[in-house]
Design a binder for this molecule. Structure first.
Ligand code: CMC
Length: 429
């Protein structure tokens, strides 16, 4: 805590509020006593200036384009670590020793299968159901299948639920994909890596085995790593808010999946690729760029801009490099979508409108291109984001549940509706 106090003057009264200091990043004014002292609330739709919790998991410096998981920068982790090691780091705070890593990987791997009865849940969906609708439903339904890990007051059950969700998410997402294309479900294989197993469950068929290419496996692992956590974004805040009522962890993660689905958040990777396809050929780019700049047109360039990163998105830098590796391997350079992406990236990085507003390609711009090249339909993109982000949601949820200061989340409002009035009987209306 700083010795300095924030002073708020209303009329002839001055109120003082403590200033709390984090390790790095902006300090915060502690306004918990604001209402009791002044009878006023603060107004901050979109939480642009409000810290809703304290956390030790992820740090973002948007101006410097920095993203740290437990102090380690995302580019180092993406280059040198692996997704499951990052999961351990996010959950427990430190990089694992060799023995801890082995034990953690074994625990996750032993929880990759779904309760067999859950297969019937899938059959209840229409074939053309969006994978995110299925993932959201199936994750929520886990509470009905895994009763022995829903008591949030028991740390062992919290741990078991966490391991189960990280282990089963790839299976849940891959099954949603298989269901949508009418192919049989492929069971998880414990001899493969986390990323390799996911690729196998998506692309193998009983009639033919699938060879996991190490470059694609690495790219998949990087996509998982880069999306693993992102501080108090909309879906994470949704998970925290859901969990603040002591709801079971499966319900909370299902709420996170629902929030992530929106095109302003995780749905942007799907929207970005659909947009590139809608543009079709590089000669049509100026038309779309003009629409993005037109204030009377709600159209935005999907995959550009970020609420927090205002210099560049460090995840996008890693993804750009990975995209190059995958595209070289697959030899899809002449793909028209890719040509549009390249040209659009160039134009947006030079155009005064985008430069002055600091609208750079974000992680979803590149991850969409990679996933498309690997062979995923756009409808799977956000489901893959959800499976990657599950660990972040869980780490944040566990941190909140373990916090003695936890309170149910209950924002207030500025009411602008009608004041109290008398009921009018139907005959008189
Ligand atoms: N295309 C055109 N103009 C844009 C865009 C865009 N993609 N993004 C922002 N702007 C303009 C906006 O119109 C405004 O202009 P002006 O100052 O003239 O009114 C200015 O830039 C600031 O925009 P804002 O809406 O105040 O910015 P925000 O921080 O509220 O929005 C955002 C952030 C990500 C929602 C937004 O940039 C956007 O809608 N981008 C497209 C969707 C997208 O790619 N989302 C994925 C984000 S990365 C994944 C994740 O972490 O979830």
């Amino acid at each position: 805590m700083s010795d300095e106090k924030a002073k708020l003057i209303i009329g002839d009264k001055t109120y003082e509020f403590a200033i709390l200091e984090g390790t790095v990043g902006p300090s915060v004014i502690d306004i918990r006593s604001l209402y009791s002292q002044t009878g006023l609330f603060t107004y901050d739709p979109g939480f642009t200036s409000t810290a809703a919790c304290d956390s030790s998991i992820t740090y973002i410096d948007g101006d410097r384009g920095q993203l740290l998981y437990r102090g380690y920068s995302i580019d180092q982790l993406a280059e040198q670590s692996s997704y499951l090691e990052v999961c351990f780091l996010l959950l427990y705070g430190e990089l694992p020793s060799a023995a801890q890593k082995k034990d953690f990987e074994e625990r996750i791997t032993r929880h990759t299968m779904l309760h067999e009865q859950m297969h019937y849940l899938y059959r209840g969906f229409r074939r053309d159901a969006h994978p995110m609708a299925i993932v959201c439903g199936v994750v929520g339904a886990m509470a009905a299948f895994y009763h022995d890990s829903t008591d949030i007051t028991d740390p062992e059950q919290r741990e078991l639920a966490s391991i189960r969700m990280i282990g089963k998410m790839p299976t849940i997402a891959a099954m949603a994909y298989k269901y949508s294309i009418g192919q049989p479900f492929v069971y998880p294989r414990n001899d493969l890596s986390y990323a390799g197993n996911f690729l196998n469950m998506c692309f193998a068929v009983p009639a033919e085995s699938y060879e996991v290419n190490p470059i694609i496996e690495r790219a998949m692992d990087r996509i998982f790593t880069l999306h693993a956590d992102h501080e108090q974004n909309a879906s994470t805040s949704t998970v925290r808010l859901s969990g603040s009522s002591d709801a079971n962890p499966f319900a909370c993660i299902a709420a996170g999946v629902a929030c992530l689905w929106g095109p302003a958040h995780g749905g942007a990777n799907e929207a970005a690729l659909n947009m590139l396809r809608a543009i079709g050929t590089p000669d049509r780019i100026p038309e779309f760029v003009a629409r993005a700049k037109d204030k009377n047109d709600p159209f935005r360039l999907m995959g550009f801009g970020h609420r927090v990163y205002k210099s560049y998105d460090p995840r996008a830098q890693v993804m750009q490099k990975t995209a190059r590796e995958v595209l070289d391997l697959l030899g899809v350079e002449n793909n028209p979508t890719l040509q549009v992406a390249r040209e659009l990236e160039k134009i947006a990085l030079e155009d005064e409108y985008f430069v002055t507003r600091k609208l750079y390609p974000n992680v979803d711009f590149y991850s969409g291109i990679i996933l498309d090249a690997i062979g995923f339909p756009t409808s799977m993109f956000t489901a893959i984001f959800a499976l990657s982000r599950t660990v972040g949601w869980i780490a944040q949820w566990k941190e909140m549940i373990g916090d003695p200061q936890k309170k149910i989340g209950r924002p207030r409002q500025l009411y602008e509706g009608v004041e109290r009035r008398e009921y009018i009987p139907l005959a008189k209306r």
